[in-house]
Design a binder for this molecule. Structure first.
Ligand SMILES: NC(=O)C1=CN([C@@H]2O[C@H](COP(=O)(O)OP(=O)(O)OC[C@H]3O[C@@H](n4cnc5c(N)ncnc54)[C@H](OP(=O)(O)O)[C@@H]3O)[C@@H](O)[C@H]2O)C=CC1
Ligand SMILES: CC(=O)[C@](C)(O)C(=O)O
Length: 325
């Protein structure tokens, strides 16, 4: 069983008296900066001029150009998009102080050698296993989201203590933090988001919805069934596990789910999962993603699902379900 660090085992002391620069005030940057500040730590933000810069200012942070923020900090959270990190790296590297700690929320650029920090800085990772919105929302509820921590290089002799303190500062030790490596976090995160969390879920839901609609059922009924209720069932699995969920749905659903589910998501699906997982480990996915990032257009890819009929149905339903009271 992996060692899971929890709140009472971890101290913020390694970060006391240290200035933290959060570079990038986006999905993770904003959530982590707000949580760290609420935890009583000294936080500044590094951002380019634009909407994130303006938001960070509005939310009370001292905001600096990225290089200047880095030069002022002892601990730097490098929270730009993975593919952007190498492009901005020069401005960061020129301003990194010896003995500082460089933190990542995903191991991608270090694991694949896209950036190579100088020997005099720590390289650590605190990777929330959740979207940024949940990192903030759970923190405000007095809870936290689990995270992974890793030390790629310990130049200061304090790298792990600082990483665990960062995990505590964003609230992750309230849930639990597992120590890993940059390799394990990077590969499991890429595999998990492709096979299950993003790719797998989108396709399972849309193909379930399409099946119902093509059989002549109302799209809205199909949406309630295949998407809206999926979240509620997932909540049960999240809180009570698979068996706990089964104990909280009808006996008919229990039987149907247990006897049909594994015929739809069968061994052939699992074989394909393994194929695409190996593609991550071999580096083939990253090579393809690097090429697409340079030559392709992610917005074009987004259009494919954004224009899917389920989205049209969903927009209408969400306007009603989430209407202001
Ligand atoms: N999204 C998530 O929930 C999770 C993300 N992560 C990891 O966290 C890290 C940050 O990702 P995420 O928060 O999604 O990033 P975002 O896509 O939210 O972008 C973060 C910020 O980067 C800024 N930015 C984009 N391009 C540039 C540029 N060329 N120069 C300067 N600033 C730029 C944007 O500011 P502007 O407003 O100026 O465009 C934006 O605010 C990544 O390593 C990611 O893998 C890990 C777990 C979950
Ligand atoms: C939210 C999360 O952890 C993801 C899906 O891996 C990501 O956004 O990179």
């Amino acid at each position: 069983m992996a060692k899971i660090y929890t709140d009472n085992e971890v101290s913020l002391d390694p970060l006391k008296g240290k200035r933290i620069a959060v570079v990038g005030y986006g999905i993770q940057g904003r959530a982590q900066a707000l949580n760290l500040r609420d935890s009583g730590l000294d936080v500044i933000v590094g951002a380019r001029k634009g909407s994130s810069y303006d938001l960070a200012k509005r939310e009370g942070f001292d905001v600096f150009p990225i290089g200047e923020a880095v030069s002022r900090a002892d601990v730097i959270l490098y929270l730009l998009p993975d593919m952007v990190q190498p492009e901005v790296w020069g401005e960061v590297e020129r301003n990194l102080r010896d003995g500082s700690t460089l933190d990542f929320a995903h191991g991608f650029t270090i694991h694949y050698g896209l950036i190579r920090p100088k020997e005099t800085v720590d390289i650590v990772m605190v990777a929330p296993k959740a979207p940024g919105a949940a990192v903030r929302e759970e923190f405000l509820r007095g809870r936290g989201v689990p995270a992974l921590v890793a030390v790629h290089r310990d130049a200061t002799g304090e790298a792990k203590a600082r990483a665990l303190a960062l995990a505590k500062g964003i609230g992750a030790t309230r849930a639990g933090v597992i120590e890993t490596t940059f390799k394990e976090e990077t590969e499991t995160d890429l595999i998990g988001e492709q096979l299950v969390l993003v790719g797998g879920l989108m396709e399972l839901i849309t193909k379930g919805w399409e099946t119902l609609v093509e059989m002549g059922y109302q799209p809205e009924v199909a949406y309630f069934e295949a998407l809206n209720e999926a979240k509620l069932i997932m909540d049960l699995i999240w809180r009570y596990g698979m068996k706990g969920m089964l104990e909280r749905v009808s006996v008919t659903a229990r039987y149907g789910g247990l006897t049909v589910g594994n015929k739809v998501i069968d061994e052939e699906v699992k074989r394909k999962m393994r194929t695409y997982a190996e593609r991550v480990v071999s580096g083939e996915f990253t090579k393809e993603w690097l090429k697409f990032y340079k030559e392709g257009n992610i917005e074009e890819l987004m259009k494919r699902i954004g224009e899917h009929k389920i989205e049209e149905t969903g927009r209408k339903i969400r306007e009603i379900i989430f209407r202001e009271p």
